[in-house]
Design a protein around this ligand. Sequence first.
Ligand code: NOJ
Length: 558
Amino acid sequence: MLQKKWWHEKTAYQIYPKSFCDSNGDGIGDLKGIISKLDYLKELGVDIIWLSPIYCSPLADQGYDISDYYNIDPRFGTMDDMDELLKEAKARNMYIIMDLVVNHCSDEHQWFQKACGDPEGEFGKYFYIETVKDGKLPNNWRSYFGGSVWEKLPGHEDKYYMHVFHKKQPDLNWENPKLRHEVYKMINWWLEKGVAGFRIDAIMNIKKPNIFTTYPADREDGLASIENMIRDAVGIDEFLHEMKMETFEKYNAFTVGEVFTDRPDALKAFIGNDGHFSTMFDFSETCAGKNEDGWYKCQPVVCGDEYKACAFGTQKRLGDLGFISNIIENHDEPRGVSHYIPAEDLNDTSKKMLAAVNIMLRGLPFIYQGQELGMTNVDFTSIDQIDDCSTQDEYKVALKAGLSADEAFHAVLPFSRDNARTPFHWNDSANAGFTSAAPWLMVNPNYVQINAKDQVGRQNSVFSWYKELISLRKNPEYKETIVYGEVIPYKAEQKNLMAYYRKGTDKTLLVAANYQNKAQDLKLPGTFKQVLMNNLDTLDLDGSTLHMPGYQVVILEL
Ligand code: NOJ
């Protein structure tokens, strides 16, 4: 039986600080900007806020390369601003969680600087540094952002360090107890300060198999996917258990893991009652249609039955074992509405359908900034408009595979992380009201139609729909059912129909969505008490048959 936790009934929201709200006119979002928008988030119904990294960083990977874990990057503000944010959030009964990025730090972190100065010394042991003879690297692993995981250690001709992400993100050596102790000290420092917990970055990478393992090459570059490393690493549980006991457990902190793994026991080990984390993201939909050869071969849209199969698959595997976190997008993914709805069907009705089927699942909803407005992918016109290092790499992969520049650009564009990273649309004034200066990344031109000013307070807006979904989840009448009720698929075999019961102790709801643009009929299981939500103005009921126009979704109380 799942043990109940304070955060189960909450709703979480991810802020990508660089693109949320710029208070000082430098084109970059900041903490003061976030503070100024807390009331907006409160109105939406948000309880937990996850801040993508705001620590000091050269921003080679947008803050996921940390050069000082104990300070705020001046571009985002000061520690006083952070304290103010914690205070203002608390005053509104909101919780702040930080991003915990400890698989790697920045090459500008003093640990790495010292390691470069003395690779054999104390700090050299914080990293994976190897002496290379005759140019033969220790292994042939390909980093997530392309190229070998090995890079020459600055100042040393014969020494290399390992980085599974960007070369400015050297991997920390978790085998070293001293390093682990430093990490735990830092975590506890933030928990003492009043953060409620952490989103835990790239955590599966902290454990490596024998680093001298060479795998069969899977591309012409002679390298092998880093997934081999994740698959073969044994013993991560000891690290994660130790981290939990030394930190989170002592503070009753909330943690959500970025866990990518095929381990059959993963759900129990990571989010069971004694799991390493409170919860973890469900990436089953985001992983659907992926291809090992590169983004250019991935499937740009995953919808209807495919989406349903992913969501139901997770719920079935999970059962009552733990509490998953449900997303349709984040800062590493394209916009959910662009990825899970075909472009020609994209409108407020289909966006609301996607929101309802996702938020009504069992688990903790995480909304990514702008999702509540139905923000979409961006029609970038040139690869030069893209800042993201991963997109730049995948573009090169596509070119190498023989695509023309234009083909390569259009093949990778649907997956670009910058789709979700463009500035937030506050209003229809210049730069979407995000900044008074030139924004660091272009604003999606559709901000004139899609923006908060237009949607907050407009009854049938996407924002109002999200607000209503969140408030239904909090409604004392339905809370128990929506938070803890079982998910039971209904007519799972009916094509492009995504319907499921939420069965609580004293109530049963039915969420039914016509996940396609064509109308279809749904035979209801019997009579129902009332319609709790409907994304259309009409309900076309004929006896117990519901005639559903394309993308209609209803939530019925049975
Ligand atoms: C996952 C983060 O979400 C992503 O943005 C980042 O590039 C990598 N981890 C490396 O930290």
